[in-house]
Write a protein that binds this ligand. Structure first.
Ligand code: FE2
Length: 367
Protein backbone atom coordinates (compact mmCIF):
# COMPACT_ATOMS: atom_id res chain seq x y z
CA UNK A 1 0.00 0.00 0.00
CA UNK A 2 1.19 3.53 -0.70
CA UNK A 3 0.03 6.89 0.55
CA UNK A 4 1.24 10.41 -0.23
CA UNK A 5 1.68 12.42 2.95
CA UNK A 6 2.85 15.99 3.58
CA UNK A 7 6.31 14.72 4.51
CA UNK A 8 6.78 12.06 1.82
CA UNK A 9 5.56 8.71 0.53
CA UNK A 10 4.44 6.06 2.98
CA UNK A 11 4.93 2.46 1.89
CA UNK A 12 3.30 -0.40 3.80
CA UNK A 13 4.59 -3.88 2.95
CA UNK A 14 2.54 -7.07 3.19
CA UNK A 15 4.05 -7.99 6.58
CA UNK A 16 2.73 -4.73 8.06
CA UNK A 17 6.04 -2.87 8.15
CA UNK A 18 5.73 0.74 7.03
CA UNK A 19 8.18 3.53 6.28
CA UNK A 20 7.82 7.13 5.11
CA UNK A 21 10.35 8.08 2.40
CA UNK A 22 11.42 11.73 2.13
CA UNK A 23 10.76 13.11 -1.40
CA UNK A 24 14.39 14.20 -1.84
CA UNK A 25 15.63 10.76 -0.74
CA UNK A 26 13.48 9.13 -3.42
CA UNK A 27 14.42 11.73 -6.01
CA UNK A 28 18.16 11.32 -5.52
CA UNK A 29 17.85 7.50 -5.51
CA UNK A 30 16.13 7.56 -8.90
CA UNK A 31 17.71 5.03 -11.28
CA UNK A 32 16.40 6.86 -14.32
CA UNK A 33 19.21 7.50 -16.82
CA UNK A 34 18.60 11.25 -16.52
CA UNK A 35 19.68 10.94 -12.86
CA UNK A 36 22.17 8.08 -12.77
CA UNK A 37 24.61 6.62 -15.25
CA UNK A 38 23.30 3.06 -15.83
CA UNK A 39 26.87 1.71 -16.16
CA UNK A 40 28.26 2.98 -12.84
CA UNK A 41 25.23 4.08 -10.80
CA UNK A 42 26.87 7.48 -10.36
CA UNK A 43 24.67 10.51 -10.63
CA UNK A 44 24.88 12.57 -13.76
CA UNK A 45 23.26 15.63 -12.17
CA UNK A 46 23.90 17.67 -9.05
CA UNK A 47 21.18 16.91 -6.54
CA UNK A 48 22.48 19.06 -3.68
CA UNK A 49 20.70 22.04 -5.27
CA UNK A 50 17.33 20.44 -5.91
CA UNK A 51 14.49 22.43 -4.30
CA UNK A 52 14.40 21.65 -0.59
CA UNK A 53 10.61 21.76 -0.78
CA UNK A 54 10.53 19.18 -3.60
CA UNK A 55 7.34 17.15 -3.29
CA UNK A 56 5.64 14.11 -4.75
CA UNK A 57 3.07 15.26 -7.31
CA UNK A 58 1.68 11.81 -8.13
CA UNK A 59 2.33 8.21 -7.10
CA UNK A 60 0.62 5.15 -8.48
CA UNK A 61 1.12 1.41 -8.15
CA UNK A 62 3.01 -0.09 -11.08
CA UNK A 63 2.22 -3.81 -11.02
CA UNK A 64 2.40 -5.63 -7.69
CA UNK A 65 6.02 -4.88 -7.01
CA UNK A 66 6.61 -1.19 -7.61
CA UNK A 67 5.44 2.39 -7.65
CA UNK A 68 5.81 5.13 -10.26
CA UNK A 69 6.38 8.60 -8.90
CA UNK A 70 6.16 12.03 -10.52
CA UNK A 71 8.02 14.75 -8.62
CA UNK A 72 7.22 18.44 -8.46
CA UNK A 73 10.36 19.26 -10.51
CA UNK A 74 9.05 17.21 -13.45
CA UNK A 75 11.24 14.13 -12.83
CA UNK A 76 9.58 10.68 -12.95
CA UNK A 77 10.85 7.27 -11.91
CA UNK A 78 9.70 3.76 -10.99
CA UNK A 79 10.73 2.27 -7.63
CA UNK A 80 10.83 -1.40 -6.72
CA UNK A 81 9.24 -2.26 -3.35
CA UNK A 82 11.88 -4.92 -2.59
CA UNK A 83 14.67 -2.42 -3.21
CA UNK A 84 13.01 0.17 -0.96
CA UNK A 85 12.57 -2.43 1.76
CA UNK A 86 16.22 -3.46 1.52
CA UNK A 87 17.21 0.19 1.99
CA UNK A 88 15.19 0.29 5.21
CA UNK A 89 16.29 -3.07 6.62
CA UNK A 90 19.94 -2.96 5.51
CA UNK A 91 20.88 0.72 5.22
CA UNK A 92 24.62 0.00 5.11
CA UNK A 93 26.30 -2.17 2.49
CA UNK A 94 27.61 -5.61 3.42
CA UNK A 95 31.33 -6.24 3.41
CA UNK A 96 31.26 -9.87 2.32
CA UNK A 97 27.76 -11.24 1.72
CA UNK A 98 26.88 -14.14 4.01
CA UNK A 99 25.71 -14.85 7.54
CA UNK A 100 28.65 -15.35 9.90
CA UNK A 101 28.93 -18.76 11.56
CA UNK A 102 30.92 -18.63 14.78
CA UNK A 103 33.19 -21.62 15.43
CA UNK A 104 35.47 -23.13 18.02
CA UNK A 105 37.80 -26.13 18.43
CA UNK A 106 34.94 -28.50 17.60
CA UNK A 107 34.90 -27.31 13.97
CA UNK A 108 35.43 -30.60 12.14
CA UNK A 109 34.89 -29.87 8.48
CA UNK A 110 37.59 -27.40 7.55
CA UNK A 111 36.75 -25.35 4.43
CA UNK A 112 39.18 -26.94 1.96
CA UNK A 113 39.08 -25.92 -1.70
CA UNK A 114 40.93 -27.31 -4.73
CA UNK A 115 43.22 -24.94 -6.62
CA UNK A 116 42.52 -26.37 -10.10
CA UNK A 117 38.76 -25.98 -9.51
CA UNK A 118 39.19 -22.40 -8.28
CA UNK A 119 41.13 -21.54 -11.44
CA UNK A 120 38.63 -23.12 -13.80
CA UNK A 121 35.25 -22.36 -12.23
CA UNK A 122 33.76 -19.12 -10.90
CA UNK A 123 31.27 -21.25 -8.90
CA UNK A 124 34.14 -22.74 -6.90
CA UNK A 125 35.70 -19.33 -6.40
CA UNK A 126 32.36 -18.13 -5.07
CA UNK A 127 32.26 -21.12 -2.68
CA UNK A 128 35.66 -20.11 -1.31
CA UNK A 129 34.43 -16.52 -0.84
CA UNK A 130 31.42 -17.94 0.97
CA UNK A 131 33.80 -19.76 3.36
CA UNK A 132 35.53 -16.43 3.98
CA UNK A 133 32.20 -14.68 4.60
CA UNK A 134 30.76 -17.29 6.94
CA UNK A 135 33.78 -18.80 8.73
CA UNK A 136 36.35 -16.04 8.15
CA UNK A 137 38.91 -18.38 6.57
CA UNK A 138 39.46 -20.80 3.70
CA UNK A 139 42.06 -23.45 2.87
CA UNK A 140 43.36 -24.40 -0.56
CA UNK A 141 45.29 -27.46 -1.66
CA UNK A 142 46.99 -28.42 -4.89
CA UNK A 143 48.95 -25.20 -5.46
CA UNK A 144 52.39 -26.76 -5.79
CA UNK A 145 55.54 -25.24 -4.33
CA UNK A 146 56.58 -22.72 -6.95
CA UNK A 147 57.36 -19.39 -5.36
CA UNK A 148 55.35 -17.46 -7.98
CA UNK A 149 52.15 -19.42 -7.42
CA UNK A 150 50.90 -17.18 -4.61
CA UNK A 151 50.81 -14.16 -6.96
CA UNK A 152 48.89 -16.24 -9.53
CA UNK A 153 46.41 -17.38 -6.88
CA UNK A 154 45.92 -13.86 -5.51
CA UNK A 155 45.20 -12.62 -9.04
CA UNK A 156 42.01 -14.72 -9.02
CA UNK A 157 40.69 -12.15 -6.51
CA UNK A 158 42.42 -8.90 -7.45
CA UNK A 159 45.47 -6.79 -6.80
CA UNK A 160 47.71 -7.57 -3.84
CA UNK A 161 48.06 -4.88 -1.17
CA UNK A 162 51.64 -3.75 -1.46
CA UNK A 163 53.29 -2.44 1.71
CA UNK A 164 56.69 -1.01 2.55
CA UNK A 165 57.77 -4.66 2.87
CA UNK A 166 56.82 -5.35 -0.74
CA UNK A 167 54.06 -7.34 -2.43
CA UNK A 168 54.93 -10.80 -1.17
CA UNK A 169 57.01 -11.60 1.90
CA UNK A 170 58.93 -14.78 2.68
CA UNK A 171 58.25 -16.25 6.12
CA UNK A 172 61.19 -18.55 6.69
CA UNK A 173 62.16 -20.07 9.99
CA UNK A 174 65.93 -20.26 10.16
CA UNK A 175 68.60 -20.58 12.83
CA UNK A 176 69.47 -17.09 14.22
CA UNK A 177 66.43 -15.41 12.62
CA UNK A 178 66.38 -11.67 13.40
CA UNK A 179 62.65 -11.24 13.94
CA UNK A 180 60.22 -13.41 15.86
CA UNK A 181 58.52 -14.83 12.78
CA UNK A 182 61.90 -16.04 11.42
CA UNK A 183 62.82 -17.96 14.55
CA UNK A 184 61.34 -21.29 15.49
CA UNK A 185 59.40 -19.70 18.31
CA UNK A 186 55.72 -20.33 18.78
CA UNK A 187 53.61 -17.27 17.90
CA UNK A 188 50.51 -16.62 19.95
CA UNK A 189 47.34 -15.87 17.97
CA UNK A 190 47.30 -12.29 16.74
CA UNK A 191 46.01 -10.15 13.89
CA UNK A 192 48.56 -8.69 11.49
CA UNK A 193 49.68 -5.07 11.33
CA UNK A 194 46.96 -3.15 13.18
CA UNK A 195 49.39 -0.20 12.97
CA UNK A 196 48.65 0.20 9.25
CA UNK A 197 45.85 2.36 7.82
CA UNK A 198 43.87 0.60 6.59
CA UNK A 199 44.88 -2.59 8.32
CA UNK A 200 45.46 -5.49 5.93
CA UNK A 201 42.02 -6.95 5.16
CA UNK A 202 42.98 -10.53 4.28
CA UNK A 203 46.14 -12.59 4.69
CA UNK A 204 47.15 -15.17 2.07
CA UNK A 205 49.78 -17.66 3.30
CA UNK A 206 51.23 -20.22 0.86
CA UNK A 207 53.32 -23.10 2.18
CA UNK A 208 56.32 -24.08 0.06
CA UNK A 209 57.95 -26.37 2.61
CA UNK A 210 57.06 -27.51 6.12
CA UNK A 211 59.31 -30.44 6.83
CA UNK A 212 60.33 -29.49 10.37
CA UNK A 213 58.57 -30.96 13.37
CA UNK A 214 56.00 -28.56 14.87
CA UNK A 215 55.06 -25.45 12.93
CA UNK A 216 51.34 -26.16 13.06
CA UNK A 217 49.06 -23.28 12.09
CA UNK A 218 46.74 -21.96 14.79
CA UNK A 219 43.58 -20.00 14.05
CA UNK A 220 40.96 -18.58 16.40
CA UNK A 221 37.59 -17.01 15.64
CA UNK A 222 37.98 -13.60 17.29
CA UNK A 223 34.26 -12.88 16.82
CA UNK A 224 33.37 -16.01 18.77
CA UNK A 225 35.77 -15.03 21.55
CA UNK A 226 34.16 -11.57 21.63
CA UNK A 227 30.67 -13.12 21.72
CA UNK A 228 31.67 -15.32 24.65
CA UNK A 229 33.20 -12.35 26.48
CA UNK A 230 29.97 -10.38 25.97
CA UNK A 231 28.01 -13.14 27.72
CA UNK A 232 30.43 -14.10 30.43
CA UNK A 233 31.80 -10.62 31.29
CA UNK A 234 29.71 -7.79 29.76
CA UNK A 235 31.66 -5.12 31.65
CA UNK A 236 34.95 -6.33 30.14
CA UNK A 237 33.33 -6.41 26.68
CA UNK A 238 32.12 -2.84 27.13
CA UNK A 239 35.55 -1.69 28.30
CA UNK A 240 37.32 -3.23 25.28
CA UNK A 241 34.72 -1.70 22.96
CA UNK A 242 35.53 1.78 24.24
CA UNK A 243 39.20 1.93 25.29
CA UNK A 244 41.40 3.33 22.53
CA UNK A 245 44.67 1.51 21.94
CA UNK A 246 47.59 2.67 19.79
CA UNK A 247 49.59 0.25 17.63
CA UNK A 248 53.06 1.08 16.38
CA UNK A 249 55.92 -0.33 14.34
CA UNK A 250 59.12 1.63 13.73
CA UNK A 251 62.41 0.77 12.06
CA UNK A 252 65.01 2.77 10.11
CA UNK A 253 62.74 3.17 7.09
CA UNK A 254 59.18 3.25 8.35
CA UNK A 255 57.09 4.59 11.21
CA UNK A 256 53.65 2.98 11.13
CA UNK A 257 51.04 4.09 13.67
CA UNK A 258 47.33 3.68 14.03
CA UNK A 259 44.74 3.24 16.75
CA UNK A 260 41.42 1.59 17.50
CA UNK A 261 39.56 -0.51 20.04
CA UNK A 262 40.24 -4.21 20.61
CA UNK A 263 36.55 -4.84 19.86
CA UNK A 264 34.97 -2.57 17.24
CA UNK A 265 31.36 -2.07 16.14
CA UNK A 266 29.84 -0.17 13.26
CA UNK A 267 27.26 2.58 13.77
CA UNK A 268 24.51 -0.06 13.85
CA UNK A 269 26.20 -1.86 16.72
CA UNK A 270 27.37 -4.80 14.62
CA UNK A 271 30.71 -6.34 15.58
CA UNK A 272 33.01 -5.60 12.65
CA UNK A 273 36.57 -6.05 13.88
CA UNK A 274 38.79 -7.40 16.59
CA UNK A 275 42.33 -6.18 17.06
CA UNK A 276 44.70 -8.21 19.16
CA UNK A 277 48.42 -7.75 18.67
CA UNK A 278 50.19 -8.31 21.92
CA UNK A 279 53.53 -6.94 20.68
CA UNK A 280 52.62 -3.56 19.23
CA UNK A 281 49.80 -2.31 21.47
CA UNK A 282 49.75 0.49 24.03
CA UNK A 283 46.49 1.60 25.56
CA UNK A 284 45.97 5.38 25.74
CA UNK A 285 47.03 6.67 29.17
CA UNK A 286 44.06 7.26 31.49
CA UNK A 287 43.33 7.43 35.18
CA UNK A 288 44.56 4.33 37.06
CA UNK A 289 41.05 3.12 37.86
CA UNK A 290 40.11 3.16 34.17
CA UNK A 291 43.28 1.38 33.17
CA UNK A 292 42.78 -1.22 35.88
CA UNK A 293 39.45 -2.07 34.24
CA UNK A 294 41.13 -2.21 30.82
CA UNK A 295 43.94 -4.52 31.91
CA UNK A 296 41.49 -6.84 33.63
CA UNK A 297 39.30 -6.91 30.52
CA UNK A 298 42.24 -7.51 28.16
CA UNK A 299 43.35 -10.48 30.26
CA UNK A 300 39.84 -11.98 30.14
CA UNK A 301 39.80 -11.55 26.36
CA UNK A 302 43.32 -13.00 25.96
CA UNK A 303 42.38 -16.04 28.02
CA UNK A 304 39.46 -16.68 25.69
CA UNK A 305 41.45 -15.99 22.52
CA UNK A 306 44.26 -18.30 23.53
CA UNK A 307 42.11 -21.03 25.02
CA UNK A 308 42.33 -24.54 23.55
CA UNK A 309 38.56 -24.76 23.32
CA UNK A 310 38.44 -21.94 20.75
CA UNK A 311 41.56 -22.93 18.80
CA UNK A 312 41.72 -24.89 15.54
CA UNK A 313 45.10 -26.39 14.59
CA UNK A 314 46.28 -27.89 11.33
CA UNK A 315 49.63 -28.32 9.65
CA UNK A 316 49.99 -26.78 6.21
CA UNK A 317 51.78 -29.06 3.76
CA UNK A 318 53.76 -27.94 0.74
CA UNK A 319 51.34 -26.66 -1.89
CA UNK A 320 48.65 -25.62 0.60
CA UNK A 321 47.46 -22.12 1.41
CA UNK A 322 45.19 -20.40 3.85
CA UNK A 323 43.33 -17.12 3.58
CA UNK A 324 42.13 -15.47 6.79
CA UNK A 325 39.96 -12.44 7.41
CA UNK A 326 42.41 -10.28 9.35
CA UNK A 327 39.57 -8.29 10.96
CA UNK A 328 38.05 -11.42 12.51
CA UNK A 329 40.47 -14.35 12.68
CA UNK A 330 43.62 -14.47 14.81
CA UNK A 331 46.44 -16.62 13.55
CA UNK A 332 49.61 -18.03 15.08
CA UNK A 333 51.74 -21.15 15.05
CA UNK A 334 53.24 -23.75 17.34
CA UNK A 335 56.97 -24.02 17.96
CA UNK A 336 59.15 -25.25 15.09
CA UNK A 337 61.98 -27.71 15.80
CA UNK A 338 64.53 -26.21 13.41
CA UNK A 339 66.99 -29.09 13.79
CA UNK A 340 64.45 -31.42 12.16
CA UNK A 341 63.78 -29.58 8.89
CA UNK A 342 62.72 -26.31 7.24
CA UNK A 343 59.61 -24.18 7.13
CA UNK A 344 59.12 -21.74 4.27
CA UNK A 345 55.90 -19.88 3.58
CA UNK A 346 55.09 -16.87 1.41
CA UNK A 347 52.58 -14.28 2.43
CA UNK A 348 50.67 -11.37 0.95
CA UNK A 349 47.81 -9.10 1.93
CA UNK A 350 44.69 -7.96 0.11
CA UNK A 351 42.38 -5.05 0.90
CA UNK A 352 38.83 -5.77 1.99
CA UNK A 353 37.14 -3.91 -0.86
CA UNK A 354 38.99 -5.99 -3.46
CA UNK A 355 37.83 -9.31 -1.98
CA UNK A 356 34.33 -8.03 -1.37
CA UNK A 357 34.10 -6.71 -4.93
CA UNK A 358 35.17 -10.07 -6.39
CA UNK A 359 32.38 -11.81 -4.47
CA UNK A 360 29.73 -9.27 -5.50
CA UNK A 361 30.78 -9.38 -9.15
CA UNK A 362 30.59 -13.20 -9.12
CA UNK A 363 27.20 -13.13 -7.41
CA UNK A 364 25.90 -10.67 -9.99
CA UNK A 365 27.20 -12.64 -12.94
CA UNK A 366 26.18 -16.10 -11.71
CA UNK A 367 22.70 -15.35 -10.43
FE1 FE2 B 1 51.09 -12.80 11.63
Amino acid sequence: MIKIRDDGLEVVWSDGKSFVFHPLWLRERSFDASNKDPATGHRVQEVAFLPLNLSIARAKLDGNDGVSIDFSDGHSCRYDFDDLRHCVDCPLPDDLVGEKVLWDASLNALPWHQYDELKSSPFHLLELLDSLATLGFALVRGMGSHENELAAFAALFGPIRETNWGRIADVKSIANGYCLSMTGRALEPHVDNPYRLPGPGYIFLHCLENSAEGGESIIVDGFNAAAKLAVHDPAAYDTLSRALVTFRYADNDAILEHHGTLIEHDVNGRLVRVRFHNRADQVVAKRPAELAAYYRARREFAELLWSDRLTVRFKLRAGETYIVDNYRILHGRTEIKLATGNRHLRQCYMDRDIVSSRQKILLRSLQ
